[in-house]
Design a protein around this ligand. Sequence first.
Ligand code: GAP
Length: 510
Amino acid sequence: MTKGEDIFRKIISHCKEYGFIFPSSEIYDGLSAVYDYGQNGAILKNNIKDYWWRSMVQYQENIVGIDSAIFMHPTVWKASGHVDAFNDPLIDNKDSKKRYRADVLIEDHLEKLNEKIEKDVVKAAKRFGDSFDEAMFRKTNPRVLENQEKIENINRRFVSALEENRLDDVKALIEELGIVCPISGSRNWTDVRQFNLMFSTQMGSLSEDTNQIFLRPETAQGIFVNYLNVQKTGRMKLPFGIAQIGKAFRNEIVARQFIFRMREFEQMEMQFFVKPGQEMEWYDYWKQERLRWHLALGIPAEKYRFHDHEKLAHYANAAADIEFEFPFGFKELEGIHSRTDFDLGAHQQYSGKKLQYFDPETNESYVPYVVETSIGLDRTFLAILSFAYREEKLEDGSERVVLSIPPVLAPIKVAVLPLVKKDGMPEKAREVFDRLKYDYMCQYDEKDAIGRRYRRQDAIGTPYCITVDHQTLEDNTVTIRERDSMKQDRIAIDEIAQVVARRIDIRPVS
Ligand code: GAP
């Protein structure tokens, strides 16, 4: 087991042990790639939503938020292209009987070639020391150039095969690259087939008038079909955005990696409507703006990187992912897409209703272009936990597991703990708890020795523990312990709310 796999396994069991995430319907042995959020997970998830909503809607004058229905008219998905093109190419290994996404197998192979290049660069940097010219090395080193050329050739062939739906060539490429099944180690592959990812159900009670409808695979279409409603009722002027948070459903072929790839998940999406021709400017703007949002949480910049798409979705003319370094490597966390006028144009055509903007500056009507930011709520949750989970050896030789969740997102902000369960301390601690609970999510805990109670709070990421001790009874002061440094200060009870507010505050990123 690699170090990353070991950490990932520990994070999954920590999530279960401390009430963050449970397998769905666990008493019936669970349901593949579906999860429930427990008492701490639900609050963390809400805090992430709140952080996103405030940054995208509350702090921006020209973005409004909506909440559209999961069920939509079936023609929506025809117009959006999802009925015809929302497919994953899948391939089975005949020996292990395991199913894979063909594009993921090839992308993993490309990543290995990339890693070889990076290793050569690191080695050379060590060998040449201060005189190392990295740019020159990448341009001239024969091994780097050879691997770079391989990557480009594979990419070219793979992208055109997928775009032109030549699935036999995708299979041929997998065979030629010698890609083996990670389970059986064999190259005994089936043909590649397309598989539509949308879940469907029936609406209506009588068989003769039932309609097949889909569970939305993205929240974005609820925004597109409401474009005119919002623009008119909100008297919005271009450029403006519509944001929403909601459930999405995809029948993922390869559902693994815990909450990274789920069949029911939540998205936080924003469609930014712009004048045609200005989309690339806004695309670059939103790429940087969204990265700033992530960095404002205090997670180090090296945990994030951009990945520009070679193969574009059917609606996009430019697309990039913000990738995060999960324990299993850098993977997509958020997508920023320039979606052109594809969606509004298609809905206009299929519905027969004009979805245009009258530009008072030019006296023209046109279909706006759209730049989208789309982030998975569950993936953000996993990214935060992957960053936050730490096993530490303390000075006294003991160990602790701490979740260094950014304080603004932590499920419980303050734990109130009487030092001992006597001498009036529990009563005083309850008084403190009752004062703080209107401002913050607090927990009162009097069971076990104080050290064990601190450990319990560390394990759920509580940034501040307030301890009521003998001195409290004399002078109305308490200790406030900070989770990461474990440093304790003494402050007046009257100051607690203010001190905590100061420490959990992060200024808006806009
Ligand atoms: N509206 C555009 C769209 O849906 P996407 O790249 O397919 O684009 C956007 O999805 C984000 O949704 C991803 O970056 C990811 O964070 C999240 N996401 C997609 N599929 C997911 C899944 N099966 N489980 C969890 N999150 C998922």
